[in-house]
Every structure is written in structure tokens, then in C-alpha cells.
Design a protein around this ligand. Structure first.
Ligand code: NAP
Length: 335
């Protein structure tokens, strides 16, 4: 049998576990985690091929991918790079500037995929599928970058090369400040408002259910960019606030923002963004009817949920499609 490259993973949680599952079969995967129960579980369910007891056990790996909590990434990468100079050291940390200046075969990584869950049991084989996966070459290791590009493609993700500064500026805008906005909205909720809270509030604040410790660390690591982005958002909010207070027509602002958002749905490459909401009446067979119309046309449904927006008056069916093709086809069928 052709021998497979060996890949090490440090930190077998949501991302580390999902990477291990996606690498399974194509690479030999050895992992270490903080809790011995984690690796025992992963070994037991075939998520990994072996357990590493210490960093030295990664010496015959082509690459080691650091998937520990963000606050521990830099230290772990430093230790691995110093101990294993012949191995590519990569990570999945959400901030990339923190690895600048570390010597060695460092290829930073950041898969733009995730959920609010954590731990090895939340890992999903297809979590990274179709997701952009940013790669950062810190020290001009072109061959190592090529190797990581191939590995990223092998897990079904799309490699995008970016330097650390570009990355941190971009994710500050599209992710970090978005989380701060969601937390702020959730925090503005008044006691007693919960009874009438609707899907709009829930959808917009969904990401405020993410780990506070994680986001606190991200804010510390990408402080400059996040502060700038919060200033920009504050400016926009102040402008809209003043227009509303002055009784001005804000339709042009809303229309422009809507157009930008609508365009995103089509451009989006994450599979979880191919979501349709369909109103369903509160009667027997209404959900089955919608599903039958889709499956009859060969459309595969990734995920399904009912959003109870209006008590006793039916709800919306949340349908997650596999890709853009199925999304557009389903949209056409359901009108
Ligand atoms: P997670 O589910 O909490 O997984 C982290 C795992 O690291 C834990 O399961 C823990 O293992 C292990 N760990 C903790 N301390 C360790 C140590 N000292 N040595 C070895 N293993 C240790 O978190 P995650 O969401 O996968 O995040 C991991 C990394 O992915 C972070 O750096 C984050 O920036 C990045 N990331 C996250 C997302 C996301 O949406 N979640 C998206 C992109 C990138 P045990 O269970 O054994 O204690």
C-alpha cells in the first residue's frame, strides 16, 4: 500500500477534530490534546490513527497543525518550531499577526468555518468543505506553502494566500466587529423583552452565543483593527441615528445596505450560507409538501429547521442547501 503522509494535530476540539475527520483516509493523523479522554474517544471512533504523548512524537510528520485555544497558539507554535525544525508548523488561529517573527517552517492557517459549539464531539467531517482557508507564509517557505495548499484542498476547503496584516484587517471587518455588534445587541436586551423576541433578533445575535473567553482574547490580539472597525460602525450608527432623529428619509441607506447583503448570498461560498426561509401554514403535511417539491427535482437538503416566529400562526421552514446550484434551483421552485 502506498504510504501516506503523517500529519500531527495539537488540540482536538471543534476545528482540530473536524480537520482530523476531513484528513482521514488521505493522511495518517496523530494527535495530542489536553484531556486523555479526548484522544481516547477520537481513536475509538477512528477519527485519528494514533496518539502523540509529547511533541517529540511528531518528529516524522510532514506538518503539525496547532488547533488549541487561540490564547495558547503562539506559545505552542514557538515550542513546536524550536523542537521540530524539519516539520512544517501550521495553526488554525483566528488572528495571524501574533505569529510574525517566529523563525522556522511556519505556515499560518485560518479556516473560515466554525460553529458556536466546541470540543471533539462537535467535530464534523464536512465543516471545512467549500470554506475559504487562509494561509500565511511568514518566512518565505514556498514549498511548504504549496504543501499546505494541497492539504487544504484535500480537506475540501479553498486555500487563499494572504499576509498576516491583510488577514487581520479583513477578519476584523467581516468577523471580529460583527461579533462585537452581536454581543452589543444581545446586551441591549431589556429584562422582560424575552417573551416577544422574534427570529430577527435571534438570527442577528446568534453569534453572541460564542465563547466570551475566545472573543476577549481575539479582541486583545487584533485590538488595533477592531477599534478602527468599531469607530466606523459607530460613525454609521450615529449618522443613521441623526437622520432618523431629524425625520429624514433613510430609504436610500437601507436600500444600498440591502443590495450589498443580497449580493453576498450569491457570492457566498460557505455551504451554510445557502439557506432559504419558506413560510409554512400551521397544518398537517405543509412541511412534507415543500420537501417533496425539492426532492422530486433532485435537490439535496443539508439541514432543516422550523423557525417559530409567530406563536400559533405557523412558522418559517429553514432549509439549508448543499451549494449555490441547489440554492438557486430551490429558490426558483419555491418561488
Ligand atoms: P475547541 O473546540 O475548544 O478546541 C480546542 C481544543 O484544544 C480543546 O478541545 C482542548 O482539548 C484542546 N486544548 C486546550 N488546551 C490544550 C493544550 N494546552 N494542549 C493541547 N490541547 C489543548 O476550540 P476550537 O473552536 O476548535 O478552536 C481552536 C482554534 O481554532 C482556535 O485557535 C481558534 O482561533 C481556531 N478557529 C476556531 C473557529 C471556530 O469557529 N470555532 C474557526 C476558525 C478557527 P480537550 O478537549 O482535550 O481539553
Amino acid at each position: 500500500m502506498e504510504s501516506r503522509d503523517k500529519i500531527g494535530i495539537v488540540g482536538l476540539g471543534l476545528i482540530g477534530g473536524s480537520l482530523a475527520l476531513a484528513l482521514r483516509g488521505k493522511y495518517e493523523v496523530v494527535a495530542m490534546s489536553r484531556n486523555p479522554e479526548t484522544t481516547a474517544y477520537a481513536l475509538g471512533c477512528g477519527m485519528i490513527n494514533g496518539v502523540a504523548e509529547s511533541y517529540a512524537d511528531f518528529a516524522d510528520c510532514r506538518a503539525v497543525i496547532v488547533c488549541v485555544p487561540i490564547g495558547l497558539v503562539k506559545q505552542t507554535v514557538c515550542e513546536l518550531a524550536a523542537l521540530l525544525p524539519d516539520v512544517i508548523i501550521s495553526d488554525v488561529g483566528s488572528v495571524k499577526g501574533m505569529l510574525c517573527g517566529i523563525k522556522g517552517r511556519i505556515i499560518g492557517g485560518h479556516p473560515m468555518a466554525g460553529t458556536e459549539q466546541s470540543g471533539v464531539r462537535a467535530a464534523k467531517e464536512r465543516l471545512l468543505e467549500n470554506a475559504y482557508y487562509i494561509l500565511t507564509d511568514y518566512n518565505g517557505n514556498a514549498d511548504d506553502l504549496e504543501y499546505m495548499k494541497k492539504l487544504v484542498r484535500d480537506v475540501g476547503a479553498k486555500p487563499v494566500i494572504m499576509n498576516a496584516e491583510e488577514h487581520d484587517r479583513l477578519v476584523g471587518k467581516i468577523s471580529h466587529v460583527v461579533h462585537i455588534a452581536a454581543y452589543s445587541l444581545a446586551d441591549s436586551m431589556l429584562e422582560g423583552d424575552e417573551t416577544i423576541v422574534g427570529s430577527g433578533f435571534m438570527d442577528t445575535t446568534r453569534i453572541a452565543s460564542s465563547s466570551p473567553e475566545f472573543w476577549n482574547t481575539v479582541c486583545a490580539l487584533n485590538r488595533g483593527n477592531i477599534v478602527e472597525d468599531i469607530d466606523e460602525l459607530t460613525e454609521t450608527l450615529t449618522r443613521v441615528r441623526n437622520d432618523i432623529a431629524a425625520g429624514k428619509d433613510i430609504t436610500p441607506f437601507l436600500a444600498e445596505a440591502k443590495e450589498k447583503r443580497d449580493r453576498l448570498v450569491y457570492k457566498k461560498r460557505y455551504m451554510t450560507e445557502y439557506v432559504l426561509y419558506v413560510d409554512v401554514p400551521d397544518c398537517v403535511g405543509s412541511i412534507a409538501g415543500v420537501l417533496n417539491r425539492l426532492t422530486a427535482q433532485g435537490i439535496s437538503i443539508e439541514n432543516l429547521g422550523v423557525v417559530h416566529a409567530r406563536e400559533g400562526a405557523g412558522g418559517a421552514l429553514r432549509i439549508e442547501l448543499k451549494d449555490e446550484r441547489d440554492y438557486l434551483k430551490a429558490k426558483e421552485i419555491l418561488g
